[in-house]
Design a protein. Sequence first.
Length: 144
Amino acid sequence: MTDLEKELCFIKEELRAGDKGYNMSPELQNVHTALHKLINIVIKITNKEGGVSPPSKSLGKCPDCAVQPGQQHKDYCDIERCSVCGGQTLVCNCNEHDKDFAKWTGIWPGQAEADYLGIDLNQICTYDYIKIFFIKKPFNTEVI
Ligand SMILES: [Zn+2]
Ligand SMILES: [Zn+2]
């Protein structure tokens, strides 16, 4: 718990204790209610900034072969990328393709990388990025 969180908890407890102890006039009651609302908003904002808000997206099944995130694609899935050549496993004939390396993550292959780079998904395939992202064997590529 950060110092700010501790402080917020303390204020909340104080307010709660105050609720019990006083015979409040309607005006004071209103101020008190407003304070409660305010403190809850501050807590919400603090949680967001602290990075504890839940993910805004969830991982889904492979749109083609319907496996769950973390599982190997089924045979003949057209989304699976070949870990040897980086192309679609469906259309290449490479030996030693590693199905574990190419497992479905819940994100379209290359999409997270493309988003990170601020480019279109197709550009992942037009540049040498496939060597870095889809191919298992390390390459001595110059940094793109
Ligand atoms: Zn699949
Ligand atoms: Zn291949």
